[in-house]
Design a protein around this ligand. Structure first.
Ligand SMILES: *[C@@H]1O[C@H](CO)[C@@H](O)[C@H](O)[C@H]1NC(C)=O
Length: 426
């Protein structure tokens, strides 16, 4: 009994305690520099800047790593205690804010095994998982979910759209030990399914039987010629006939021009090739289906999801227009804890951030409206100056104005007269 009780307590404690392998929210000033390692693989990687950006929900909490130079590669990573996700879910999440109106650039993370040399990290460094948004032009706006399986990277076969506005968004990947997964954006599920179905990790379970052949006498014609149908006797007409309206020209000289023949024209009675009526084929067996057999190359693998010594989270990207801010990195085994943390971080700051941006946008629009107004009045003033210098035009304008005034008065008085007449008649 006692032992059972202890086990129960241990289990309970074990169950409520989420394991957080990595959490980075950049809340301690410049200390992040001691945790993040810049790669030296290239000499001209872009600089990271710690900032909350131009608008935010909280000036301190929203500080994150921002790409600060255009058209650069970026490569930095942070290490944590190695762990295996065997038998447990693993959640990877972080926020991305493309406040620069990104045109082309990565917004994803890579998760590496512990043997990664962080100072040498680059595009071809082998990783376990790549996850997050990627934007380039109008055509590429997707969330990558790439898993390494037996040394090869496999891309998800589904298309997951990413956010392309300027606000902060939370991207979450959940990988479960039952080989299912879920992708969330801003805490809402945008995709889910099974590893085996949504990636090509394994060869197909079944293949077409190489031994099977369509039997020679397999009749897969649904219709056949009607044997009772015969060609009507008057069917055959030649396709072209001599033009009955053509006449031999008067000056036709048989000696010189040869025997006269009328030109040929299409025969209006011509019916084309005769084909018998089609009827149902009594021997029709339906389309032949190639029988399948188990693929000898296939063997089930219930450990596709499993990674050993997960130990580094890296940002390895290219950006054309810089300005993306990464924040709120989290790697945990607890789906609910990850959701709680999302709510406590992004959930709290998203609304004030949206407001601040809205206010900035409104202000900018007002300023632009003022500017166009000023420009308009300047244009008007310029116009008046021009008129002053041109007396002749002024005179003509005045004369024209007088003319129209006279015409108006005339018209009005005519109307008055008409009205008076009408009244008289009544
Ligand atoms: C997070 O916030 C959403 C929206 O307010 C809520 O529906 C959800 O239950 C919250 N999740 C947790 C784990 O508290």
């Amino acid at each position: 009994m006692q032992v059972l009780g202890v086990v129960a307590v241990i289990l309970a404690v074990y169950c409520v305690h989420a394991k957080i392998y990595f959490r980075e929210e950049f809340l301690d000033g410049d200390e992040w520099r001691s945790r993040w390692v810049n790669s030296k693989h290239k000499s001209d990687y872009g600089e990271w800047k710690l900032t909350a950006g131009n608008f935010y929900g909280d000036a301190e909490k929203d500080k994150g790593l921002q790409t600060s130079q255009d058209a650069r590669f970026y490569a930095a990573s942070a290490r944590f205690e190695p762990f295996s996700n065997e038998g447990k879910p693993v959640v990877i999440q972080f926020t991305v804010k493309h406040e620069q109106k990104i045109d082309c650039g990565g917004g994803y993370v890579k998760v590496f095994p512990d043997d990664l040399d962080q100072t040498a990290m680059h595009g071809d460094s082998s990783y376990y998982i790549m996850f997050g948004p990627d934007i380039c032009g109008y055509s590429t706006k997707k969330v990558h979910v790439i898993f390494n399986y037996k040394g090869k990277n496999h891309l998800i076969k589904k298309e997951i759209k990413c956010k392309d506005d300027e606000l902060t968004h939370m991207y979450t990947l959940i990988l479960n030990p039952d080989q299912t997964y879920e992708v969330k954006i801003d805490n809402e599920k945008v995709e889910s399914g099974s590893l085996e179905e949504d990636w090509d990790f394994l060869p197909p379970k079944n293949i077409k039987d190489p031994e099977a052949k369509k039997p020679e006498d397999w009749d897969d014609n649904a219709k056949m010629d009607d044997a009772d149908d015969t060609k009507p006797e008057d069917w055959d007409r030649s396709e072209n006939i001599p033009d009955p309206d053509a006449k031999k020209p008067d000056d036709w000289d048989v000696d010189m021009d040869g025997e006269w023949e009328p030109p040929m024209i299409p025969n209006p009675e011509y019916k084309g090739e005769w084909k018998p009526k089609q009827v149902d084929n009594p021997n029709y067996k339906g389309p032949w289906v190639h029988p399948e057999i188990d693929n000898p190359e296939y063997s089930a693998d219930s450990n596709i999801y499993k990674f050993d010594k997960i130990s580094v989270l890296g940002l390895d990207l290219w950006q054309v227009k810089s300005g993306t801010i990464f924040d709120n990195f989290l790697v945990t085994d607890d789906v609910k804890e990850a959701e709680d943390i999302t709510n406590e971080t992004w959930g709290v700051t998203k609304e004030p951030e949206r407001k601040m941006k809205q206010e900035q946008d409104d202000l900018k629009r007002k300023e632009e409206e003022e500017k166009t107004k000023e420009q308009d009045t300047e244009v008007e003033e310029d116009g008046e100056d021009g008129e002053d210098g041109d007396d002749e035009d002024d005179e003509i304008d005045e004369e024209e104005e007088e003319d129209t005034k006279d015409e108006m008065e005339e018209a009005l008085s005519e109307m008055d007269e008409e009205e008076a007449k009408l009244k008289d008649e009544l």
